[in-house]
Design a protein around this ligand. Structure first.
Ligand SMILES: [Zn+2]
Length: 147
């Protein structure tokens, strides 16, 4: 695999995920205290809250799963507020919307997220010109001189 920068052809490149993880102060244990963490259902909100990240890490942050349970509760909260204007029907509508949104989020987490993550994880960053690129396996211009 050719890991040279696609822009300036520098060899001074590094895996993007390593840089991002280095720039992320890990205090997830503190923030993901809602009891859902580790259930595998996501709750990606907790991961971003209270995490101090470097500018670079923020810009190229790891893709997050959509908050399935968090999303549902957020919609239920909105429905509760909506009852002030629309009466109890708002709760009923909110439940349907909440379930639909949660189902979509779950589907996204199961189907799209692994691809998003894989493409993010495959990326490299040039430490010279800070171009982010995905190294190519084949058809590189100087594939010959790879040992
Ligand atoms: Zn470069």
């Amino acid at each position: 695999m050719n890991l040279d920068c696609s822009n300036c052809h520098s060899e001074n490149t590094q895996k993007l995920s390593l840089i991002v993880n280095n720039g992320t102060m890990d205090n997830k244990s503190q923030t993901a205290g809602l009891g859902f963490a580790g259930s595998g259902l996501g709750l990606g909100v907790a991961a971003s809250k209270g995490t101090s990240t470097s500018k670079l890490a923020k810009q190229y942050a790891e893709p997050e799963k959509m908050p399935v349970i968090g999303g549902f509760f957020a919609i239920m909260m909105l429905s509760l507020i909506a009852t002030i204007f629309f009466g109890s029907i708002a709760i009923e509508v909110g439940v349907y919307i909440g379930i639909a949104v949660s189902a979509l989020s779950l589907l996204n987490n199961l189907k799209s997220y692994p691809k998003q993550y894989a493409s993010w994880d495959a990326k490299f960053i040039c430490l010279k010109c800070s171009t982010v690129f995905t190294p190519k396996d084949n058809h590189t211009t100087n594939a010959e001189d790879e040992a």
